[in-house]
Design a protein around this ligand. Sequence first.
Ligand SMILES: Cc1ncc(COP(=O)(O)O)c(C=O)c1O
Length: 495
Amino acid sequence: MHLQKLSREEIIRKLKEYASEDFEPKSGKLFTIAFEPGIEELKEIIFDAWKMYAEKNMLDFTEFPSAIKLEKDVIDIARSLMNGDKDVVGTYTFGGTESVFLAVKAARDNFLLKKGFTSLPEIVMPVTAHPCYEKAAEYMGLKVKRVRVNTETYRADPDAINEAITENTAMIVGSTPNWPFGTVDPIEELAEIALDKDLWLHVDACVGGFVLPFMRKLGEKIPEFDFKIDGVTSISMDPHKYAYSAIGASIVLFRKSFYKMLSQYANLRWPGYPIVNPAVLSSRSEGPLAATWAVLHYLGEDGYTELARRILNARKKILGGLKELGYKIMGDPTVIIAFTSNEINLFKLCDEMVKKGWVFLAQKGIANIDIPPSVHLTLTPVHENLADDMIKELSECTENLKSIPKSDLEEFIETFGLMMNFLMPTEMDLASISRLLSEIERYMATYGPKLLEALGFEKGLTREMAVVNQMFNSLPPEIAEPLVNYVVIELFRRG
Ligand SMILES: Cc1ncc(COP(=O)(O)O)c(C=O)c1O
């Protein structure tokens, strides 16, 4: 059996060793999924709260009624931030994806109740909406239509949404802001469509829910996006993003209690205890909920306003620096900046910055709807003091990359990708997808190890991701997705 006993010291030593190649969120050099407020005491409070409640299980709130009290308080805060009235109810979940799953389930069931079963219910959303909607759709039997956005503003195009709606549409989505570009969709216009066509409108405020209201207080022009607008049916917002809570914290709010009922799961059909799950998971530690309650009250309105101010300062410095270096800013950024360039290989730029310890996210864009590749920067309060250093090093990397021409391999991947995209049908039916997957299973057995070697993964993870990014991003998603799954399975298998 592969189960070795270790001493307490050995366990700690080993855990430190495993973490040795991780980037440190506290360094402030991550512009990704690390929401770092830069307040040491806040971390202590979060982890104290977490530890106090770690062993309590939200599954049985009759055994641990604190789960009800903590959740009610946290939901009340979220509801007031989103201007919800007393009918608005919510659920605490472990992440934005889980919140979206609940909203999609409720929207699907509401659609089926109203219309009776027709064909697959559909979600219509801008191409910039997070993939968790497709994930929810895949798990729960819906179909997603992604539609073009305005390529000047990178905001949802209400006409495009309107055109894509059919009698099978169950839900439309707007993001505030979206993850790729940090731009806020026109929720008021989407709400008009939703009211007119009697559709569920979900506002994805996973990123912005806990920060945009405070930016607005500081004078920023942020379009309305909450329950003040008739036609908004549900909103998701994540304390583990800009409320700076521990990871495992999201909230979904519903306009009325019946919608929440459609999102829940109850089962009284077995010989065991009654199951009533407000969220997707059943057993859940109360730790993240207690940590969220703690951080919200530790920072309070003033704390969040001050942290929003620091993000605005960071944004001003970084936008200035990027423009001076010749980068084009995509749309009107909020807490996320995306930039692009005709001159610089942005995937390589990300690799060069990683060598200096700065983590940026490379984004592929979508060539056939004029969204170019870009770099994504998630801004956090800790960046206020590091912005100048970052821009200085970015300037050096930019200069170096200007003098490097495209390699033969890059040229090849680009042409190959274009060719594959050209050959691929725009929409695949189930039969073609299953044929493709069985071909891939056959080919991977023979060529999989060669693929890993070619991408530089044969010895595990690499920090040189430019070619990998370019290759996966240039292939049609129907081919790239199974390949990337294969690579990730192998990475985790090999350790
Ligand atoms: C707009 C948006 N919605 C939903 C999600 C999913 O959140 P999570 O990663 O917490 O599941 C994200 C994640 O970045 C997001 O940016």
